[in-house]
Design a binder for this molecule. Structure first.
Ligand code: NDP
Ligand code: ZN
Length: 372
């Protein structure tokens, strides 16, 4: 007779075993630890990872201590998994299902979620739970809250290694284009063309931008920016960005700026290069610095109608499903971001350190994990 291990585990916490996980031990310190397997609540799911990716956000969190200190917090928030257990109230998922797991997993019953800001459920950035307020995905097992609202079935025909880029890179980059409110014919500058900025370039193209200026420094990223539809490439290492953009646009500037790289200082340039009536959309995680400075005169001495917005990407199931549909329809090719491939859970450590070192040919590493 077959034993229902999940049911046993639900009924008897005693049968839970420890699992291996890769964690932030403290600011600037990471390592492998043992933790109890997560417990599944009635609305939740427990998954094991089949594809994972480290994120630049993990670098800000661990090495810059941007969110404050964390002890033994399991890292990782980008993944595709296999469901191993679901709670009694979960309707659309069952053990064995392969799922895309969004980096942002809101509590969909929160009032903020009902008001359209699910990413801030029960407080600022509340939807960002993995590797922030609860254990992340770099473990043998991980917990997903509100499974019906947050998981998406992995469609057949979509490789886990590609789908893992839908967890965070694609929705964040595309959210930059949404926040910037790009209209047909707008000129757009994307500051920073790592994986997030590159997805923002693609988002700008899909929303009908005309000229798209991609700011970076590395050839590899520029090549992908061109493939996604950027029209002009410029390096932030070649002098002031605003000056470069104003020169290239005959002094006019651009209609929209998406900030996806650099530090707090980028805002000054963004305001200077923006036309009155334009919008700056920040999707960058500002890891350091106390204040963001807005240049008074170029902000129209307060009356320039230059809008500055910034946002955490929305997560949730519907967004994952729609992004997957875009990939299957050939509109989005996030696989171009993958420059390094790893195999096995143990390699999350090497992949994360690679992101920290950021060699010239790196855009995004992905890890596939098989469980035999
Ligand atoms: P990367 O570090 O891979 O890319 C950053 C980009 O910014 C690179 O193109 C880099 O150029 C460029 N850059 C570096 N310094 C400057 C500068 N001074 N001025 C202009 N450009 C500069 O990061 P990711 O693409 O992975 O992520 C981008 C940001 O988005 C990160 O801060 C990340 O934490 C954040 N993020 C935000 C999320 C959200 O929901 N809002 C979700 C996920 C990530 P080069 O390397 O070529 O020199
Ligand atoms: Zn991420």
């Amino acid at each position: 007779m077959e034993t229902d291990v999940s049911a046993l585990r639900r009924e008897s916490p005693r049968l839970q075993t420890a699992m291996r996980a890769f964690a932030m031990l403290g600011i600037g310190r990471t390592g492998w630890i043992e933790k109890p397997r997560p417990v599944c609540g009635p609305l939740d799911a427990i998954c094991r990872p089949i594809a994972l990716a480290p994120c630049t956000s993990d670098i800000h969190t661990v090495w810059e201590g941007a969110l404050g200190d964390r002890h033994n917090l399991v890292l990782g928030h980008e993944g595709v998994g296999e469901v191993v257990e679901v709670g009694s109230l979960v309707r659309d998922f069952k053990p064995g299902d392969r799922v895309i797991v969004p980096a942002i997993t809101p509590d969909w019953s929160a009032s903020e979620s009902q008001g359209g800001y699910s990413m801030h459920d029960r407080g600022m950035l509340g939807g960002w739970k993995f590797s922030n307020t609860k254990d992340g995905l770099f473990a043998e097992y991980f917990h997903v809250n509100d499974a019906d609202g947050n998981l998406a079935h992995l469609p057949s025909g979509l490789e886990p290694a590609t789908a893992v880029l839908l967890s965070d890179m694609a929705p964040t980059g595309l959210h930059g284009a949404e926040l910037a409110n790009i209209a047909f014919g707008d000129t757009v500058c994307v500051i920073g063309v790592g994986p997030v900025g590159l997805m923002a370039v693609r988002g700008a193209v899909l929303r009908g931008a005309s000229r798209i200026f991609a700011v970076g420094s590395r050839r590899k990223c520029f090549d992908v920016a061109l493939a996604y539809g950027a029209t002009d490439l410029l390096s932030y290492k070649n002098g002031g960005l605003a000056e470069q953009i104003l020169k290239l646009t005959g002094g006019r500037g651009v209609d929209r700026v998406i900030v996806a790289g650099g530090g707090v200082e980028t805002f000054e340039d963004a305001v200077k290069m923006l036309v009155p009536g334009g919008t700056i959309a920040n999707i960058n995680y500002l890891g350091e610095g106390e204040y963001v400075k807005i240049p008074r005169a170029e902000w129209g001495v307060g009356m320039g109608h230059k809008t500055i917005r910034g946002g955490l990407m929305p997560g949730g199931r519907r967004r994952m499903e729609r992004l997957a549909a875009m990939v299957l329809a050939g509109r989005l090719t996030p696989g171009l971001l993958i420059t390094h491939r790893f195999e096995g859970l143990e390699s999350v450590e090497d992949a994360l350190l690679l992101m920290k070192d950021k060699p010239p040919d790196l855009i995004k590493p992905v890890i596939t994990v098989s469980w035999e």
